[in-house]
Write a protein that binds this ligand. Structure first.
Ligand code: GLP
Length: 245
């Protein structure tokens, strides 16, 4: 389902509606909300915060599951995705920090990182899987940190960040040299296991990636094209991001 709105605010509101509807379907266990970082979902998280204020929803029993994490940042680094999600989601919607799962990328030792990746997959399975996964899209079509060339059935693993992604994310660090070179990311196969996917994209810098993902061939060159494979995907765009469709 592709929903095109005229403003980023309306896009965020529709995305929040799609997330809340999926969480309301969960019965008999605590819901699991998959979380993306980046600027794209911020409006959606604020909308969820407003829904909490109105008393429409309560996230105190919800688990949050991150898509990805940088490798090698010290624990507590403000740009590590655990800290980012604590600020941008937990504080905004009232999700408990104890219920936030993020891959542990604090080691730089390959064997420990592989253990972290496997432990993360096991954690998601223990929680009963992700009910609804929030997604942004990289300008090169990446999902999470699954860069072009990622296997379509991949699971959580160590990945090298592309030069483009490191440059795009340098604004959060003091310079390009401080941007980590590697990450742990849920694989495309992991992401596809979520029961619903909600992708948010706004602005003309995403138009080419959105068009390639939704209307191009299903290909590892455009990781977000795997959305075409998922039976319950809601794509929320503003007109600028939809311009290439
Ligand atoms: C990072 C994240 C992705 C996100 C992307 C786009 O690379 N790992 O999950 O989708 O940035 O970021 P933005 O929404 O700021 O454009």
């Amino acid at each position: 389902e592709v929903l095109v709105s005229s403003t980023p605010e309306q896009t965020a509101a529709r995305a929040a509606g799609a997330v809340l509807a999926a969480l309301r379907r969960v019965a008999g266990r605590d819901p699991v909300l998959g979380l993306a970082t980046g600027s794209s979902p911020l409006g959606l998280y604020r909308e969820l915060g407003r829904a909490v204020e109105r008393g429409d929803v309560d996230f105190s029993a919800t688990y949050g599951v991150a898509l990805d994490e940088y490798v090698g940042l010290p624990p507590g680094h403000p740009e590590g995705y655990r800290q980012v999600l604590l600020r941008e989601v937990c504080e905004v919607v009232g999700l408990s920090p104890d219920r936030l799962a993020v891959p542990d990328g604090s080691s730089t030792d390959e064997a420990s990182l592989e253990d972290s990746a496997a432990a993360y997959e096991a954690r998601i399975a223990d929680l009963g899987g992700v009910d609804v996964q929030v997604l942004g899209i990289g300008a090169n079509g990446h999902l999470g940190f699954n860069e072009p060339g990622s296997a379509l059935t991949s699971r959580t693993r160590i990945k090298r960040l592309s030069d483009r992604t490191r440059r795009d994310n340098a604004r959060f660090f003091s310079g390009l040299d401080d941007v980590p070179t590697h990450c742990l990311t849920q694989g495309l196969g992991t992401i596809l296991d979520a029961r619903r996917l909600v992708l948010v994209a706004t602005g003309d810098t995403k138009a080419d990636a959105v068009a390639a993902a939704l209307e191009g061939p299903l290909t590892a060159s455009v990781p977000a094209s795997v959305l075409q494979w998922h039976p319950d995907t809601v794509v929320c765009l503003d007109e600028a991001a939809a311009a290439g469709l």
